[in-house]
Design a protein around this ligand. Structure first.
Ligand code: XIL
Length: 472
């Protein structure tokens, strides 16, 4: 089967347009321009728009303490279509005292992202570092219970707002052992990681759940140990959807970087570059380009996040490891990434594959009668799953995808003769949802069912996986 490419990220809305047009109208215009089906490649002028043209997101780690810095914010708002909290969603920030939660800074990042059409990565639910003092002092079942409660509470708070969660961060040891890293969490029992993933799934079924680590940039004992864990999780039904490769890089890049991403993708998980930064030096731009090229070459590599905005914002001090200099100017590394994103092929798949079910939007029974309803079904190559864009209309078998005029939430979606009316116009949103231009309701699989034949309806947009669609 064709590999899947996450379809995300409308361009940033031009602020001038936002002041003149109502937000919905601007969203329609911008999204309409970027719903690039086969053969309509456009060069992006920012990292986010260029990545979106390739069906991917391009994000940055941000800190709320810099939100008052106008140079910083203008780069953030211009360039990126995904954000992650550099520190604000970590355990010490979100649960400073046992059972006392503080989400204010994390919420600020989420609301900024939402207001600007960006998706959000969640980082991180459990990690050996940046634990609050009270957790550092726990052990055994007391710590296990506190940790799982933490996962449940935080994932529940942010439910529906997080594209991908780093459920567990850095649980494997460096070096050649392939062992777990020793930590208070590890000492609660080897099953702590799967317990965390199960709790996260229960709390936010719509978020993709990732394992995230560093020094995993090639095929080595540490990445292989993680690979074996993911394979085991998939075999036993432990819920895992993605693996994050931090990619804090020096002056060289493993020659098997792409092959390593691909072997994880072949296990049936998405891969993401989650904390990219590269030591400044003769090779910096080349390494940034090579990482970008590798992600584009692996169809399940759904996005790239850089760990900061300007060199002087970086946790890596004097390494000057980022894409913008301290004054906010684009560096050679920036141009290398942008040019790489703009090169190569645009995704050509014309099916719409649902993120939750893995099944494709399908005209029931391949009937061409007006009023034939849409379902999901195993993806195949027949005409009743092939959509082409015409303006904002989505055509299939000579008809148009149609929500009955002024359809209320819960109404089934159908095909009808193309009319050009608003009830047949669809907007692709940055988080992968597809909303109807007339009502603003989103294409949704009824009851989040994943079975063949499940009804496709319109429902208020919440961004859960049963509302997200990927070109395939
Ligand atoms: C770093 C932040 O950038 C710093 O501001 C903080 O002081 C320490 O943590 N791997 C991770 C990130 O997963 O959470 C770390 O972020 C960098 C290494």
């Amino acid at each position: 089967m064709t590999e899947l490419i996450h379809w995300s990220g409308p361009p940033r809305r031009p602020w001038r347009a936002r002041r003149i047009l109502p937000p919905l109208a601007v969203a329609l215009l911008t999204a309409g321009m970027t719903l690039a089906f086969a053969g309509t490649a456009n060069a992006g002028t920012t990292l986010g728009t260029a990545a979106a043209e390739k069906g991917r997101y391009f994000g940055a780690a941000v800190g709320t303490y810099k939100f008052s810095d106008s140079t910083y914010m203008s780069i953030v708002n211009r360039e990126f279509n995904s954000l992650v909290a550099e520190n604000e969603m970590k355990w010490d920030a979100t649960e400073p005292q046992r059972g006392v939660f503080n989400y204010s800074a994390g919420d600020r990042i989420v609301s900024h992202a939402r207001a600007n059409g960006m998706s959000v990565r969640g980082h991180t639910l459990l990690w050996h570092a940046q634990q609050p003092g009270w957790a550092q002092n726990l052990s055994g079942s007391d710590l296990r219970n506190a940790a799982i409660n933490h996962v449940t509470q935080v994932a529940t708070h942010f439910r529906g707002q997080i594209h991908s969660w780093d459920v567990v961060n850095e649980a494997f040891a460096d070096g050649g052992s392939g062992a777990r890293r020793d930590s208070n969490l590890q000492r609660t029992g080897n099953d702590w990681i799967e317990a965390a993933f199960r709790a996260a799934r229960a709390a936010d079924p719509g978020a993709k759940l990732c394992y995230n680590d560093y020094n995993t940039d090639g095929i080595n004992p540490k990445s292989t140990a993680i690979y074996n864990m993911v394979r085991d999780f998939k075999a036993r039904g432990v819920p895992i959807d993605c693996v994050g490769f931090q990619s804090h890089l020096g002056t060289t890049l493993s020659s098997d970087y792409q092959a390593n991403l691909q072997r994880f993708a072949d296990l049936g998980v998405d891969v993401q570059i989650t904390e990219l930064d590269v030591t400044q030096g003769a090779n910096q731009a080349n390494i940034y380009a090579a990482v970008t090229r590798a992600c584009l070459a692996v169809s399940r590599c759904t996005g790239i996040t850089v760990w900061g905005v300007r060199d002087c914002d970086s946790w890596r001090g004097g390494d000057n490891a980022l894409l913008f200099d301290c004054a906010g100017n684009r560096k050679a590394a920036y141009t290398a990434v942008l040019d790489t994103l703009n090169g190569g092929a645009t995704p050509t798949g014309n099916r719409l594959r649902n993120d939750a079910s893995g099944r494709c939007l399908d005209v029931n029974g391949a009937s061409t009668a007006n009023g034939t309803q849409m379902i999901i079904w195993d993806c195949h190559t027949a005409a009743n799953q092939q959509f082409t864009q015409n303006g904002r209309a989505l055509q299939v078998m000579g008809k148009c995808l149609d929500a009955p005029p002024s359809a209320a939430a819960g109404t089934r979606v159908q095909i009808w003769d193309c009319s050009g009316a608003a009830n047949q116009q669809w907007v692709v949103n940055g988080n992968g949802t597809i909303s109807n231009a007339q009502t603003g309701l989103c294409l949704d699989i009824n009851g989040a069912s994943t079975a063949n034949g499940s009804a496709v309806i319109v429902w208020s947009c919440h961004g859960g996986a049963n509302q997200r669609w990927t070109r395939a």
